[in-house]
Design a protein around this ligand. Sequence first.
Ligand code: ADP
Ligand code: MG
Length: 391
Amino acid sequence: MSEAVADKAAGAVAERFTELYGAEPHGVWAAPGRVNLIGEHTDYNDGFVMPFALPHQAVAAVSRRADGVLRLHSEDVEGGVRELRLDDLSPESDKNWTAYPAGVVWALREAGHAVTGADIHLSSTVPSGAGLSSSAALEVVVALALNDLFSLDLRGWQLARLCQRAENVYVGAPVGIMDQTASACCEAGHALFLDTRDLSQRQIPFDLAAEGMRLIVVDTQVKHSHSEGEYGKRRAGCEKGAALLGVNALRDIPYADLDAALARLGDEEEVRRLVRHIVTENERVERVVSLLESGETRAIGPVLAEGHASLRDDFRISCPELDLVVDTALASGALGARMTGGGFGGSAIVLAEEPDVDALTKAIQESFAAAGFTAPRVFEAVPAAGARRLR
Ligand code: ADP
Ligand code: MG
């Protein structure tokens, strides 16, 4: 997002805040959604991920309060301003969207930070439920605003941890640390190579346009209803694998030891498949990093395609819509393609030479029409800035 566009967004959100709450906000902040280039389901196995921020972002106008009251409003949902008392915030008590920002306030206070209340107005361009992390954008923008307004002096990765705790404990969703860290820590023009064990990170230059390529996001607009239960099963299966292999997390199985580890799992076929995905996926992240760092950007295409096959065949979290995007893209000359995010719907990414993008997009749209699927939403993803103050 250009600075001019960001400034306009900030202005509109600030104006709306003033209408709602009768005074100008103390500030305006933004936090983006993300796509994950490679490293899927590795984040709850202490592994590697490589997301980058989208130009789509949540923007929040926020003012401090001193009276223990939290007021919340979103431009994107019906229902007006919600008013809560900080002393009443309790985990899993709220099944609405307000659980995300309220959970962040709760997590900050739980961690001993003196947050005494706030008025918050939110507006987001991150599509919700598309696997592009609208929830983390919401959490991180609120966390950053409160960090600044209450001078908490927390770093991006610390805010990400608190946001994850808000989502795990307050909202009640067992998500890993990738989304929040991506939203908090990504930089424009870069992908974030993140070790989810210790949150050490490296910004990897990722400027496809300069090299004549594009990355397209295809939002299938489907979310299969069993996705949450299946996520839990994969997590539990990975934990079982780690326990059977006597390691803290599957991250601790080096790629060179994969065959020996699989042999030790004997007839645990389901666990073997999960372990194989996680161990090979961590190796794929490392391969993509080294290809990008040595300027061999086009060579990451086949690694993305390998990653998709592993998610489809071993981890078994793809679906017909995602497979159709990937198969059509690869058959139509894409450099690489894979599903991204949790699976069972959501979005896929396609890496392509710039001149091929229009034909590829058309081929994907036609394949969806022929299959009788809902038309996908297609847009270009340019690595954008992480969370920041706009005014
Ligand atoms: P994802 O993070 O992949 O978009 P999630 O299910 O994790 O999907 O989060 C989506 C939820 O986040 C929505 O159901 C809603 O509660 C909340 N949410 C996302 N965007 C907004 C918004 N602009 N305003 C209010 N709530 C939002
Ligand atoms: Mg989410």
